[in-house]
Design a protein around this ligand. Structure first.
Ligand SMILES: [Fe+2]
Ligand SMILES: [Fe+2]
Length: 257
């Protein structure tokens, strides 16, 4: 468990990094790199998959606007303002890439629904940060790392290499913020939050799996159990930050069976 001083110092360091690490999509990415489609997707499917990242980034920007006034410390608010700046760039970058593939496609309704529900979480800021910074951004980082390894497109790899540096910082913020808040939270509330984000994960993932990762899994060994394996990884991280204990996860698993 982190004490307040070390959390404050960690968030201050992340702000410093974010300030020093501003970049410009037009010049820091080599847009002359070639576009290569994965042969196992229809071009339309690939365009649509990339478009989901664009819409997701825009949803995270809206979350930042919504979250900032709920935070009671200046440092956390400062971080979220810098994060919003990052997400705006990410949305532009994925948008520009999708345009090169032929145009931005609509957002998947299931993704839209879970991101809205997470943003409008009526509880504390911790719930929103848990859903966005830990579950969605953490999950997106894991997925993007896999996709970059499997997809043949040099431009896709280059733009994600830059984006992932920012995303790692956002996930780290969530870990530090929650590391301070979770020990103050009653067990019932922690467990309710865990169940809520678990539901979000599976709902967001079910459609993604059916439409995108299943064909990917066939060819690339991403693993057709990606959703379940991903949740195992995520819930391990949530245990690490103190949302639930190993024993609580076991007993929740047993209750579901
Ligand atoms: Fe982002
Ligand atoms: Fe992010």
């Amino acid at each position: 468990m982190l004490d307040d001083t070390s959390t404050d110092a960690a968030i201050a360091r992340l702000i410093e990094k974010a300030e020093g690490d501003d970049w410009t999509p037009a010049t820091d990415i080599d847009w002359n790199l070639q576009i290569k489609y994965p042969f196992w997707f229809r071009k339309r499917t690939y365009r649509s998959l990339v478009s989901q990242f664009h819409h997701g980034e825009k949803a995270v920007m809206q979350m930042c606007d919504h979250l900032a006034p709920l935070l009671d410390d200046d440092e956390a608010r400062r971080f979220v303002a810098l994060q919003r700046r990052d997400e705006a760039k990410h949305a532009d970058v994925y948008g520009a890439y999708a345009e090169r593939l032929g145009g931005i496609q609509p957002m998947e309704p299931a993704l839209d629904a879970v991101l809205r529900e997470s943003r409008d979480w009526p509880g504390s800021a911790a719930g929103i940060i848990l859903a966005f910074h830990m579950v969605f951004e953490g999950g997106a980082v894991g997925l993007i790392e896999k996709l970059v390894r499997r997809f043949p497109c040099p431009l896709f790899a280059a733009l994600n290499a830059r984006i992932l540096i920012d995303e790692a910082r956002h996930v780290a913020f969530g870990r530090h913020y929650l590391g301070r808040q979770l020990p103050l939270m009653p067990a019932g509330e922690r467990i309710a939050l865990y169940r809520w984000v678990q539901g979000l994960w599976y709902r967001a993932g079910a459609e993604t799996r059916a439409r995108y990762t299943w064909p990917v899994a066939m060819v690339t060994r991403l693993g057709s159990d990606w959703l379940e394996a991903g949740w195992q990884r995520q819930s391990g991280i949530l245990i690490g930050i103190g949302l639930i204990s190993e024993a609580e996860r076991e007993s929740l698993g047993a209750a579901r069976r």
